[in-house]
Design a binder for this molecule. Sequence first.
Ligand code: GDP
Length: 467
Amino acid sequence: MHLPNRGDTICALATAPGMGALAVIRISGRETFATLSRLFKTMKGKTKDFATVRPYSIHYGQLMDQHKVVDEVLVSIFKNPHSFTGEDIAEISCHGSVYIQQSILQLLQRNGIRLAEAGEFTLRAFLNGKMDLSQAEAVADLISAQHEGAHKAALQQLRGGYSNTIRELRTRLVDFASLIELELDFAEEDVEFANRDKLLELVTELQREVRKLQESFASGNVMKNGVPVLIAGKPNVGKSTLLNALLNEERAIVSDIAGTTRDVIEDHLIIDGIRFRFMDTAGIRHTEDTIEKIGVERTMQHAAKATIIIYLCDPAQSEAAELQRELDSLIKGSGNNHAMVIPVINKSDRFDYDQLLKDYRTFNNVVFISAKESRNIDELKAKLAGAAIGSGESGEQSIVTSARHAESLHLASSALQKVIDGIHQQLVTDLLALELKDAVYHLGNITGEVYTDDLLGNIFSKFCIGK
Ligand code: GDP
C-alpha cells in the first residue's frame, strides 16, 4: 500500500462535517506558516509573519482570497516539534457554515496545501515519534468511543498502557537475540555468549506477561465492544418482545407464529456506563425446518460466545423440571460453562405471581417479568449490570482491546513457546535465533517499532479525514 507523501503540507476540516457554530481547519507541514502569512490580514489590514510569532499564540484577523474577505477567523499556532504531528501546525477557527469551510479549504489548496488523507495527521504524529502505534490506534478508539467502557479502555491505551510493558520486554529480548547472533558469527569456536538458563528465565517471564495480556483481551474486548448477551429460549416465549422492552423500540419483529424471528438481530443497550450487545435468535428448538435449524445452530454458536445468557421461559410451555433440562442442553450444546445464565420467567401477567415464585424458586438468579407489559424490566437490567461487573471492569491493570494486538500477542506467544521448547531440546543456535527473531518481530508490531507500509496503510485508512 502506498503511504501519502510526508513532505507535503496538508489541511483538513478537524471538526465534524456539516454546519456548526464554528469549524476548525487544521494545517500541518513546513509550508504552514509561509502560506498562512500570505493569506492572513489583521483587522487593521496588516500582514503577519507567523514564522516569528510566539508558539501557542492565537491571532485574530481575516482570511483573504486576493482582495476578498473569506471570513473573520482565529488562528492558533503550534510550532514543531511541540505539536500534535511534531510539525508546524495552524488551526483556523472559522464560522461554521459549509460554504465558508469549503471556501477556506479551496483557498488553501489553490495555495499549494493538499487535502489530508484519512488519519494522515495521526500518521505523521506516529512517524515523527510523537506516539507509538498502539497510542495512535487509541486516538481512533477514543474518538469513536460511545460509552464509558470504551472511553476508559482507549484512554488507558493512549497514556501508554501496556505498550510500555511490551517495549521494555522486547528490548530485553533484543539484547539476548543479538548475543545469540554473535554466537552465530563465532560458530566454529563453539562459544556460548547467551547463557541458556538466563535466556530461559527471561523468555519464560516474557511468556507469562504476554499470556496475561492475551487473556486480558477477553475483558478488553468487552470494555470496547460491549458485553455479549444472548437472549435464548423456545419459540414464542417472548424473546423479541423482551428485546423490544429492553430497547424500548420496535426493532425486532414480534409475531404469533412460532419461530418467526429467523434472522439474528443485534442491538446495543447501555446500563450504568456498560455497553451490552444483544443477540436475539430464532430460539432453541429441534426441528426439521432448515431455516429454523440454522437458527438453532446459530443460537448455539452465539451461546458459545456470550458472556451473559438470558434464558426466557414461558410457564405455560415449560415447568421447572423442563426449564432445567433446557438450560442443561443449552450449556452442553454450546460448551460454554463460563457464561452467566439468568433464567427469566416471562408472561408473569398471565399467572399467579406467588405460585410462579414458588415453582421456580430453585433457580439461581431467576427474574420474573412480563415483557409485554414491561414489568420488572428494571430488575432484569440491574441483574445484567451486576453480571457485567467482574467480566468487563478490570480496574487499572493492562488491558488489550485491539484485535490486531491480540493477534500479534498470539503470534509472539507461539514464537516464545518455540524458543522455550528449543532451549529444552538444545536446539542448534541458528534455529533458536530464528524463533527469537520471530518473537521480537511480533512484539514490535504492536508498538510500531517494526512496521510495514501495508500495516500503517491498513491502520490509518480506518481513521476519519482530519484526524
Ligand atoms: P419469540 O418467538 O420468543 O421471539 O416470542 P415473541 O416475542 O414473538 O412473542 C410471542 C407471543 O408471546 C407474542 O404474541 C407476544 O405478544 C406474546 N408475549 C410476549 N411476552 C409476553 C408477556 O409478557 N405476556 C403475555 N401475556 N404475552 C407475551
